[in-house]
Write a protein that binds this ligand. Structure first.
Ligand SMILES: [Zn+2]
Ligand SMILES: [Zn+2]
Length: 234
């Protein structure tokens, strides 16, 4: 069985929702997608010791997607387990490395950062990950994660892309950002109506990276929104 937990569903400054993050739980170790500042606390509330997390994909180099790595690495200085491997863009690699270096003495935590290129296919433990280019203000990735016969799409921060829309068709779960109340081309983000369209051909679609304005827009069209720690079995 594969499970997915939305650890956070808010954009960077949402006062009532944590930073957007998805935990995919396949056989063996879970895979964390994005680790904003609120994510370690959400992991603990979902029953996972943050120190036990060893594989993290950071979709792009904005702090609301990686600042929680500080605390995860800090927790590991107490437990010593296991090595932390962060997979991210070339743009974000030095940012993540700088952050990890800032919280511990060299060697106190085993950690390394690997670069994911758009259009790549990677094996991360039991997870098969395909990356494709997101449309955002910095280099950013959307992901297709396959594990144990299930297929999950994660948009990260992006405007709607054709590739996501196509790959979301028939996916077991499609998670898409909905930061905006109305479409705004060039903003690097998606509106609620665009996000709903992007996930419409998936078996299950969930919106995240919400703002108070986009929540209001979602309620106006009758869309149900997940809360933090929303958990689904796939
Ligand atoms: Zn963001
Ligand atoms: Zn961003």
């Amino acid at each position: 069985m594969v499970e997915a937990v939305l650890l956070g569903t808010g954009a960077a400054l949402h006062p009532g929702r944590g930073h957007s993050s998805l935990l995919v739980i396949g056989p063996g170790e879970p895979l964390l997608v994005d680790a904003g500042c609120t994510v370690p606390h959400s992991l603990a509330r979902a029953g996972f010791n943050p120190a036990s997390i060893s594989r993290v994909i950071v979709t792009h180099g904005h702090a609301d997607h990686y600042c929680g790595l500080t605390h995860i690495a800090f927790m590991k200085t107490f437990t010593g387990t296991p090595e932390l491997v962060v997979y991210t863009t070339g743009h974000a690699k030095p940012l993540v490395e700088g952050l990890l270096a800032s919280i511990h003495k060299p060697g106190a935590v085993r950690a390394r950062v690997e670069v994911l290129a758009p259009g790549g296919a990677y094996t991360i433990g039991p997870y098969r990950v395909r990356t494709f280019r997101a449309v955002h203000s910095v280099e950013a990735l959307s992901l297709e994660i396959s594990v144990d016969g299930r297929r999950i799409l994660v948009s990260g921060d992006t405007e709607p892309t054709r590739e996501y829309r196509i790959l979301a068709g028939g996916a077991d779960l499609a998670v898409h950002e909905a930061s905006l109340p109305e479409p705004r081309p060039g903003s690097g983000h998606s509106s609620v109506s665009e996000a709903l369209e992007q996930v419409s051909q998936a078996r299950m679609g969930l919106l995240y990276h919400l703002t108070p304005d986009s929540e209001e827009a979602a309620l106006r069209v009758g869309a149900r929104l997940p809360g933090d720690l929303y958990r689904v079995e796939l």
